[in-house]
Design a protein around this ligand. Structure first.
Ligand code: AMP
Ligand code: MG
Length: 412
């Protein structure tokens, strides 16, 4: 009797085989989507200097202690401070500087009065202004370092360089960041029944969908597809595809199909041996899985052929592996817990990954349901169009009832 590996056992075996890439430094604009490989510390304070939060007047608050709408206090406007001005005008008692949002607050000022608290507009020709509200000390001044101090960590090693993080790094005066390069992936779909989508099909043929699925998932994961091909169930053709993947400089190959126990299992027939193992994993779909290293050292993922199995295998094994090569600290997708809108059956002894849709009608009580009415069949590729998550049901559970709390892995 063959033993089923757990998802974690198979994944750990994959990760143990791999070594994260060497680090390299890239200019910030080229780092989007890569993984930060060393804590990035702020080069400058944010804000860089004390600056105005409002368009108005930099003042000495003590001058205006008595200011009110009934008894405005008049100040002499002695300087004009547009954004980018490097002037630090001295302010004697009774004097103010006209100042724009983001401009450096004069050393002699301790508050900013917004133009709305004066009787006049921000006319550049004004030499006096009447203030109608007494400011508190520090009012409308954004303090240097109030957000982040130079030397503090902005982005931690292992975090993906999202748009938000790139912006924070740029604001902290960082020009380049230590990362690891993108993973170069090769994709090989096997199956003598496969034709290019849209092509004429004779009896027995179907459109090939795993290649486009994997290429799109690779792009979402920040990997570059350096080779993608489809081969018939033919050992020589499959070997040639692997050689081409190696020639293309791939870091890993992902194959689909030909891994189970049928008569024409080209991937298994060609690769099974000491260095590439084929196992059964306690999951549904995706039970037959192969992984190993080719003679040239290239890691190869041998996924099952059914499209839903491919999608699930990507999430459970390939995507975490790519993240590991890139040094990501979070290899897992976010998981939330939602109530099931309806019940469904799940196979006992295998963890179920059911393509699922989330009903957001009640924003405070989302629910989850199977993406297709047809159940959990791994061949239900059309249902993937409605899926945005996987309902993940433990191996020991054999049915989910409406109202049960279910773990939901968000993938979009
Ligand atoms: P296999 O493991 O090769 O027997 O494939 C299992 C099922 O998935 C079969 O019904 C195949 O036709 C289907 N299949 C395999 N590869 C693909 C593919 N690239 N695109 C769509 N369906 C596929
Ligand atoms: Mg096949």
């Amino acid at each position: 009797m063959s033993v089923l590996l757990t998802v974690e056992q198979h994944r750990d075996r994959i990760l143990d085989t791999l070594t994260p890439f060497a680090t390299q430094t890239v200019p910030l604009p080229q780092a989007g989507g890569l993984v930060c490989a060393a804590d990035a510390r702020a080069a400058v304070d944010i804000p860089v200097f004390d600056n105005s939060a409002m368009d108005g007047f930099a003042v000495r608050a003590a001058d205006l202690a008595s200011a009110s709408a009934d008894a405005p206090v008049t100040l002499d406007v002695v300087a004009d401070l547009p954004a980018g001005s490097s002037v630090d005008p001295p302010l004697a008692p009774g004097q103010a500087a006209r100042i724009m949002t983001g401009s450096a607050v004069p050393t002699d000022a301790d508050a900013v009065v917004p133009v709305e608290h004066t009787t006049a507009a921000l006319d550049a020709s004004l030499t006096r202004t009447e203030v109608t509200v007494a400011p508190g000390v520090g009012q409308h001044i954004r303090r240097r370092g109030g957000d982040l101090a130079a030397g503090e960590v902005v982005v931690r090693a292992g975090e993906v360089l999202t748009a938000f993080r790139l912006a924070a790094l740029a604001a902290a005066g960082i020009a380049e960041v230590t990362t690891r390069r993108r993973v170069r992936l090769a994709i090989v779909s096997t199956g003598s029944e496969l034709v290019t989508p849209g092509e004429h099909m004779r009896r027995g043929q179907i459109p090939e969908s795993n290649g486009v699925l994997l290429a799109a998932l690779a792009a979402e994961s920040g990997a570059a597809v350096v080779h993608i091909t489809r081969v018939a169930d033919d050992g020589a053709a499959f070997r040639a595809a692997l050689a081409a993947a190696q020639d293309a400089g791939a870091d890993a190959v992902v194959c689909t199909g030909g891994v189970s126990v049928g008569a024409y299992e080209v991937v298994r027939d060609v690769l099974e041996g000491d260095r590439v193992r084929f196992d059964k994993v306690a999951m549904q779909p995706g039970k037959p899985q192969g992984f190993g290293v080719l003679d040239g050292g290239l890691p190869v993922f041998c996924l099952p052929g059914n499209p839903v199995s491919v999608a699930v295998s990507w999430e459970t094994f390939v995507r975490p592996a790519l993240g590991y090569l890139q040094g990501r600290s979070d290899l897992d997708r976010p998981v939330i817990r939602l109530r099931a809108a309806t019940g469904w059956r799940t196979p006992q002894g295998r963890r179920q990954y059911l393509p699922a849709a989330i009903d957001r009608a009640d924003a405070a009580a989302w629910t989850v349901r199977p993406a297709t009415g047809g159940g959990s069949g791994s061949h239900l590729a059309g249902g993937l169009a409605h899926a945005e998550a996987y309902a993940v049901v433990p191996a020991e559970v054999d049915a989910v009832a409406a109202g049960d709390l279910v773990a939901v892995m968000l993938v979009s």
